[in-house]
Design a protein around this ligand. Structure first.
Ligand code: PMP
Length: 360
């Protein structure tokens, strides 16, 4: 198994596994390490591995999708030099797009729900994007951020709506990059038993699952869902969409419909877990304390789900999940006592980890 072992690192930190250089920001996307979570692996008797997507230049797994959909729009002749990329995004795709747009000379326009963290909005503007935070309304409502992004692009002939939710260039990029990277990092077919992660667009879960199901013998692929998302009930009920129940403190994940990206794979999922926010918050602090990993809530939810999958699959298995982004974008929420109290999450943090709640 070719998992990068943190204690064995003797050379200065650099991207990827080979020596040499990459050409510009675009080539620095991907080839992230696969980190063995030591404490949780010991605890479960399994090998729990996290794909360190927070190491991408824009700081999240969505750099891959952003690059994939821009390259696809260029290839299809939809995006011309000096053109504009318009997207509806909860933040990370926008950040990835803003980076890639700067690197390739495009203008970037972002519509996002105004419930998202201020850090993400500020960062997008610092990266030169034009940002429109709009009221968070259901997809069925014409004022939903995705529909507003689409209309913006329709009114500007020099622009393209990249449509991350239903543009399958998103999942395809994970099929071409994330999936093969994971399989090669574990040492090939037969060395991975489970893959699990949460979905926003579904690009990551769908693309990686499709690749692994085609290339890794016997692998199971599972969905991890936050409260308020319908996909867990969809999978458990064999294809019936249920109403949203509750809401979640996680950002960027949870879905009310089956997107075009998820559609080809959702009926092949081997199972699903709905993860309560309390477990996500506790794991977020544990990962910091025990593994030294400072991660956002979707990563933490993924790790909780990987541990649940370890219990289902049994000891000795290898389970991979995604560490989507770092906590930097959410620190004024996730590490603020007032915010945690306002979400009834303070008591989810064990006493010995309360010392990490450093913000008032
Ligand atoms: N985690 C975070 C923090 C995200 O921003 C997103 C995308 N919105 C995801 C996970 C889910 O990724 P995907 O869109 O590929 O399902």
């Amino acid at each position: 198994m070719f998992v990068r072992s943190l204690p064995a690192l003797k050379t200065p930190l650099r991207r990827g596994f080979t020596s040499g250089t990459v050409s510009g920001l675009v080539e620095a996307i991907g080839n992230t390490p696969l980190i063995k979570l030591e404490k949780l692996s010991k605890e479960t008797g399994c090998t729990i591995l996290g794909k360190a997507e927070f190491q991408n230049p824009g700081g999240s797994v969505k750099d891959r999708a952003a690059l994939g959909i821009i390259l696809d729009a260029e290839k299809r002749g939809l995006l011309k030099p000096g053109g504009t990329v318009v997207e509806g995004t909860a933040g990370n795709t926008g950040i990835g797009l803003a980076h890639v747009c700067r690197a390739r000379g495009y203008k970037c326009v972002i519509y996002m729900p105004n419930t998202q963290s201020q850090e993400k909005i500020d960062l997008l503007r610092m990266l030169g994007a034009e940002v429109y935070p709009v009221p968070a309304v259901a997809y069925e409502n014409p004022q939903n951020y995705n529909h507003q992004a689409k209309r913006h692009a329709e009114n500007d002939p020099n622009s393209v709506w990249t449509d991350q939710f239903d543009n399958t260039a998103n999942a395809d990029t994970h099929y071409r990059t994330t999936g093969p990277e994971i399989l090669s990092q574990v040492g090939g077919s037969g060395n991975i038993d489970g893959f699990i992660c949460a979905t926003g667009t579904g690009g990551t879960l769908s693309g990686v699952s499709r690749y692994l199901k085609e290339n890794a013998k016997g692998v199971q692929t599972w969905l991890a869902d936050p409260p308020g998302s319908v996909l867990d009930s969809y999978i458990r009920s064999g294809g019936k969409l249920k109403h949203r129940a509750g809401s979640s403190i996680t950002e960027g994940i949870g879905q009310g419909r089956v997107t075009n990206n998820m559609a080809p794979i959702i009926d092949q999922m081997d199972g699903s877990f709905s993860i309560p926010d309390e477990e996500t918050v506790e794991m977020l602090y544990r990962l910091l304390d025990e593994e030294g990993l400072y991660l956002g809530a979707s990563s933490s939810l993924n790790v909780v789900a990987a541990v649940e999958l370890a219990k289902v699959l049994g000891k000795g298995k290898t389970i991979v999940t995604i560490l989507c982004d770092g906590a930097y974008r959410y620190q004024t929420r996730l590490f603020s006592r007032t915010w945690l109290q306002s979400k009834n999450m303070e008591s989810a943090i064990p006493d010995h980890l309360q010392k990490y709640v450093v913000l008032p």
